[in-house]
Each structure stands twice: as C-alpha cells, then as structure tokens.
Ligand binder design. Structure first.
Ligand code: ZN
Ligand code: ZN
Length: 290
C-alpha cells in the first residue's frame, strides 16, 4: 500500500482540479493522498469532499515558502536555495493561517507593479498593461517584464534583463515578501497541523554537517518532520535525510510533488509506504490534533 503526501492542484500551480485529485490517486493505486498547494488552502474543501466520495484517506495540507537566509550563520550572504515547509492535517480555515495566506497573496500582487515603478524611475518607458499583455493570460512574472524590456530595445535578451534589472542583484529588483521559518511553522501549528521540511535538497546545502545544523535550527522553531522521499531525491539523499530524522527525532514523510501535466512527475511516482501516512496521523493524534 502506498500514499502520496505532496501534490499540487489548480488552486496553486498544478493542472488538476483539487476535486479531481482523489480519484486520480485512487486510480494510481494509492491508499492516501495529501494536497499541499503553495501558500493556499483554497483547494482543501473540494479535495476533502471528493476524497470522502471516492473513499481514499486524505490529509489537508499546505506548502509555505519561507526565507532560508536565517538558517545559515553567515546571514548576509546570498543563498539561492529555497525553503518550503509543508503543513499536514491543518484546519484550513484557521484564522492565523488565513491571514498569512492573504498577506502572501497581497505581496505577490504588489511585487510586479513595484518593479515596474522602479524601472520607470530608471528612465524606462514601460507600464503594467504591456507586461500583462506579454503574459498573455498566464500568471505575470519577471520574464514578462524582461520580454517588454527586450522588445523596447532596453536589453538584448531576457537574460540581460535579469542581470541588469530583474535578478536578485538587479537595479529594479524587489524582494519577495517571505515568511520567516518561525512564522511558517507557527502558522501551521496554530492551525493544529504538523510542520515538515520539504525536499531538503532544494535548500542548496552541500555539506551534511551544515544541513544538520540548519535542520536543528528548524527543529528548535518547532519543526515536526522531514520529507525524505521526493522526486528530486536520489536514494542516497533519502537515506541521509532518514538518518538525520532519526537523530533529531523528526517524523519522515514522502511525496512526488505532483503538478499535473506541468511537470513530468507522476502521481504516486515515489512509492511512499502507506505506513508513513499512518505514522504521521498517529503523531498528529499524540500532539492532540484532530
Ligand atoms: Zn516545494
Ligand atoms: Zn511542492
């Protein structure tokens, strides 16, 4: 028996509706599935309702993006890694979590106009409507701003646009408003969920000692578990993270990080034992949740 504890729906950047995932999971031979959309729980009600209808175990989840910088001792240095924290068995309508989601949504909506305002200050003729047109119906992002800059002859390529203006060291760059790891874990706990470090390889830490140091910091902030199985992990990563979980007394989880047809990863592709789901549920019960 298998489960998949890391999936995305159209509520974030997946291509399957949240209400379709339970049936797809059942057809893929899974006994449990968790929905973990980026920074939103909008898909949870439809997902849980469908899981009940289809007859499959389901966990309400979320995947919050947080700022990885404080995990490193050399705080000021630039880290290109990403820190994602999964929440499991959350109350999707918990007030603090809803506030956090609203704040992140607002920050995303503000960021592109802020970057365009900076480009204008730098003397460029560009406005938001042109960028929206360049996006042609997809979610507006920096590549579309780059496209407009290129078409207007300010840069020769989108790469140059990132280098000079839109990348982390560019003149018009506006930081993403990111949660701290502490805020992300607290929001998940306030919603009675368990907080799990997603795909540790994406933190971009090469040394095992440094990774342990970073995960130990997260554990101090209340982290409950580590995602050991993931489509990006080689078998030796899974082993390493499993050992680390044992050492730091963290639960282990796993999932495919399925995004529908947007990525090549398939639902249930990680062969995660159903026992991982049961164990997670048991830890959640012990902590007094649901
Ligand atoms: Zn992620
Ligand atoms: Zn994900």
């Amino acid at each position: 028996m298998y489960c998949d504890l890391h999936t995305h729906s159209t509520a974030s950047d997946g291509t399957d509706a949240p209400g379709d995932l339970p049936l797809l999971a059942k057809r893929a031979g899974l006994s449990a599935i968790a929905l973990t959309d980026h920074d939103t729980t909008d898909g949870i009600p439809a997902f849980i309702e469908a899981a009940g209808r289809v007859g499959i175990e389901a966990a309400a989840g979320i995947e919050l993006s947080a700022d990885p910088a404080p995990l490193f001792d050399d705080d000021g240095r630039q880290h290109l890694g990403t820190l994602h924290i999964l929440g499991y068995f959350i109350r999707h309508d918990a007030p603090h979590l809803s506030e956090v989601e609203a704040r992140l949504r607002e920050a995303r909506a503000q960021r592109n106009p802020q970057m365009i305002a900076r480009l204008k200050e730098l003397g460029m003729d560009i406005d938001y409507d042109e960028v929206i047109a360049a996006a042609d119906g997809s979610i507006v992002g920096r590549p579309h701003i780059g496209q407009v800059l290129m078409h207007k002859g300010y840069v020769k390529s989108i790469h140059e646009a990132f280098l000079k203006y839109l990348g982390q060291t560019g003149e018009a760059y506006v930081r993403k408003d990111r949660l701290s790891a502490e805020e992300a874990i607290a929001a998940i706990h306030e919603a009675d969920g368990l907080a799990v470090l997603a795909h540790p390889t994406q933190l971009g830490i090469d040394s095992a000692a440094q990774l342990e140091h970073a995960v130990a910091k997260l554990k101090k902030l209340g982290l409950d578990g580590i995602e050991t199985r993931h489509s990006d992990h080689a078998p030796r990563d899974t082993e390493q993270f499993g050992r680390l979980a044992g050492k730091l007394d963290l639960v282990t989880t796993g999932g495919s990080d399925y995004h529908g047809s947007r990525k090549t990863v398939s639902l249930g592709g990680q062969k995660v034992p159903f026992a991982m789901y049961e164990n997670l549920l048991e830890v959640h019960r012990q902590r007094g949740g649901g």
